[in-house]
Ligand binder design. Sequence first.
Ligand code: HEC
Ligand SMILES: [Cu+2]
Length: 240
Amino acid sequence: LLFGLILADVLTDRALSRLPVDKALHIEVTGYQWWWQARYLSDDGAPAFTLANELHVPVGRPVVVALKAADVIHTFWVPNLHGKKDMIPGRDATIEFRADRPGVYRGQCAEFCGYEHALMAFLVTADPPAQYEAWAARQRLPAVTTLDTVAARGREVFLTQDCARCHSVRGTPAQGSIGPDLTHVASRQFLAAGTLANNRGNLAGWIVDPRTLKPGTAMPPTRLPPEDLQALLTWMETLK
Ligand code: HEC
Ligand SMILES: [Cu+2]
């Protein structure tokens, strides 16, 4: 039985190491306490767009992920797509994989990296190529600027509170880089690296009191008058 398993292991390893990576999609993923930043590169190697926690990849095309860590050691692991690979600060590593079937694959940080290590999940959605291209085209766009009065007020709240110091929203003056890029945050299924389903109520709870939901997070609580909070939520819902 063991011999059979060894044989299967060697064959799988060989198949994995022979994965052709020409015409691969290149993504740079950086582990932060406790979330993932992903920078997609266009085919000429220039940065295309940045997002957090939810990667999309085209089915059948190899993906090369450059792994980095911003603070402590994390481990990039999507059990149904590839093995574990450490993300070590100051050291560059890559991992290659190909999704052969469409679907949503859950990933998890696999190295204890502090309090909220267990709340450092991510999703890899494998889409048929045309659907992937449509997604990527939307992610490349800046935030919409035609807003009704409530959403416009919400945008002002975002820009005048501390949010912009840590977050970027392309198409606005917000260019912080301490937290996730929020340009298309409303297109994500979860908030805060798989911690909360992405809906208006959870978003409100997260903004008002992130440290109860994820103790130790770098994001501070923000107390806002109810009308300002509602306007902010309305604007954030436009960030599709
Ligand atoms: C000191 C920096 C800082 C400030 C100020 C800040 N945030 Fe954050 N924010 C973060 C960090 C770091 C995370 C990632 C937390 C995690 O997942 O562990 C985050 C996560 C988020 C998320 C979840 C994003 C995702 O893709 O999961 C939203 C939404 C958000 N912040 C909105 C806001 C808003 C709105 C404000 C202003 C009222 C704000 N933040 C102020 C640092 C900050
Ligand atoms: Cu981690």
